[in-house]
Write a protein that binds this ligand. Structure first.
Ligand code: FEO
Length: 172
């Protein structure tokens, strides 16, 4: 049986993953509006992935006899300064999610909830991969620079990365 404390913390994580999904959806819309089609595709896929992260916890709570709560999601920003800023914001958000997962693991350990601790292992690996992906994108953006045509090259690069992500996911 899951403790009230653990259940509340997992429901908080549902909200955080749900926010990430809408945050990235908002970024997809902004990219689309800026003519950055490759980036828009990337963020639509990321948004769907965050939705899956949210549902995974949702189903887990149901499976172990807990209560999953559909979250109220705060309105994410819809306007961004630049594509460089967008990816910096994504990195900051992913670091926040990682810190939150770490807190959940600590709590599961304190509560001697080894089932939840085991469940969270998937998220630890996922966060490591997501942070590495965004860091790699930030490095590419830095390499491309801000000269003429840079937006075009950034968009093409992100589209290539997105296609590779889809291929990797379907191979899993
Ligand atoms: Fe589900 Fe990217 O945090």
């Amino acid at each position: 049986m899951i403790s009230d404390k653990m259940q509340a913390a997992l429901n908080k994580q549902i909200e955080l993953e749900g926010y990430a999904s809408f945050y990235y959806l908002s970024m997809a819309s902004w990219c689309d509006n800026e003519g950055l089609e490759g980036c828009a595709k990337f963020f639509h896929r990321q948004s769907a992935e965050e939705n899956m992260h949210m549902l995974k916890i949702f189903h887990y709570l149901s499976e172990i006899g807990g209560i999953a709560i559909a979250p109220g999601i705060a309105q994410p920003p819809s306007n961004f300064e630049s594509i460089q800023t967008v990816f910096k914001l994504v990195y900051a958000h992913e670091q926040k999610v990682t810190a939150s997962i770490n807190d959940l693991v600590r709590l599961a350990y304190e509560e001697k909830d080894y089932t939840t601790q085991n469940f969270l292992e998937w998220y630890i690996a996922e966060q490591r991969e997501e942070e590495a992906l965004i860091r790699m994108i930030l490095d590419k953006i830095k390499l491309i620079g801000t000269g003429g045509m840079s937006l075009y090259y950034i968009d093409k690069e992100i589209e290539i990365i997105n296609t590779a992500q889809i291929a990797a996911e379907s191979a899993e």
